[in-house]
Design a protein around this ligand. Structure first.
Ligand code: IPM
Ligand code: MN
Length: 357
């Protein structure tokens, strides 16, 4: 069933830490406005998990809540990470826990430069910077396998294992081929790996990629090492259409991607389980130093709402949001950076609502 046939979407909201709540507020404002314009309804369930909750109660994210999340149509997340909590506890305990438990095996991250947005790359514009990274989201180094040997001695060895399963790689690569076909731009899929050094992990990726590519003769297949990709994303971003890669490389190259599309203020991502419940988020993190100041850019969080609606089958509503974002970036904002937009966080949300049509 197309999710669009549902009268009422059940959306879980996890505002989370730092600036999460203030950008989520703007995203929800835009959601409310497009739902009226496009005539769909939804109900929100708020979940108050994050650093503050953990510091007060010692609780990170109980399994009962995971079960509840599994009954929703989508999850909208602000940011996870708190300066007073040791790194890893909240990231592993909330963000990665949801990605893994809900088997959100794709992390889809569009890198798209909108008109009027400043990019650090000289002589490149919106026609050059428009590609999508398909990041595997449940395996690799992120599984947390490893060990210390002789910890705290001079003989110490720390092992961290990257787990890549045939099943995990194949479903990700297949999704990427399908996505390249559906996107219908250059019809090109680039595998980003490191076959010259990581001769187990990326040997598997390469074999699976080659095998699956046999079913997609209409898609050009391409390979580049991750270091070269970093170079070309800056020098020739127009070469890319869809890039598929593992969890760790995907994490790294999408931060680079965020910078060339105008910064963390605009970068959004979708944690997809095409057969289950997906989660949508701005990728920039909790930005503690801007918390509560009403200066952070909410466009990434608003773009996450756009991706959520696209996923739910509300294509016209998603398109309305994107068109409005383009109007706002090209005619209003001075910059996409926190504190330099010429508007407050709330005003940017209002501008997006005002330019919806
Ligand atoms: C991201 C973030 C997370 C990741 C962290 C917070 C665990 O950097 O969504 O890219 O590494 O996946
Ligand atoms: Mn990241």
């Amino acid at each position: 069933m197309d999710k669009k046939d549902k009268a009422n979407y059940k959306i879980g909201v996890i505002p989370g830490d730092g600036t999460g709540p203030e950008v989520v507020r703007e995203g929800l404002k835009v959601l409310e406005a497009v739902s009226q314009a496009r005539n769909f309804s939804y109900s929100l369930t708020h979940f108050d998990f994050g650093g503050e909750h953990y510091l007060k109660t010692g609780e990170v994210l109980p399994d009962s809540v995971l079960e509840e999340l599994k009954t929703l149509d989508a999850i909208y997340l602000g940011a996870i990470g708190h300066p007073d909590v040791k790194p890893g506890i909240l990231e592993r305990g909330i963000l990665l826990k949801i990605r893994f438990a809900l088997d959100q095996y794709i992390n889809l991250r569009p890198i798209k430069l909108y008109p009027g947005v400043w990019t650090p790359i000289k002589d490149k514009g919106p026609q050059d910077i428009d590609f999508v990274v398909v990041r595997e989201n449940t395996e690799g180094f992120y599984v947390g396998e490893g060990e210390f040997i002789d910890k705290d001695t001079e003989k110490e060895v720390a092992l961290q294992v990257s787990r890549n399963t045939y099943k995990g790689v194949a479903r990700c690569v297949k999704f990427a081929f399908e996505y390249a076909r559906k996107r219908n731009k250059e019809k090109k899929l680039t595998l980003c790996g490191k076959t010259n050094v990581l001769t187990y992990a990326f040997d598997l990726w390469q074999r699976v990629f080659d095998k699956i590519s046999n079913n997609y003769s209409d898609i050009k297949k391409d390979y580049a090492h991750v270091d070269a990709i970093c170079m070309w994303m800056i020098k020739n971003p127009e070469w890319f259409d869809v890039i598929v890669t593992d969890n760790m490389f995907g994490d790294i190259i999408t931060d680079l991607g965020a910078m060339i599309q105008g910064g963390m203020g605009i970068a959004a991502g979708a944690n997809l389980n095409p057969e289950g419940v997906s989660m949508f988020e701005p990728i920039g993190g909790s930005a503690p130093k801007y918390t509560g100041k009403n200066v952070i850019n909410p466009l990434a969080a608003i773009s996450a709402v756009m991706m959520m609606l696209e996923h739910l089958g509300q294509r016209e509503a998603a398109k309305m949001i994107e068109d409005s974002i383009i109007k706002v970036t090209s005619t209003k904002l001075k910059s996409l950076s926190a504190g330099k937009m010429g508007y407050t966080t709330q005003e940017v949300g209002d501008l997006v609502v005002k330019h919806l049509d």
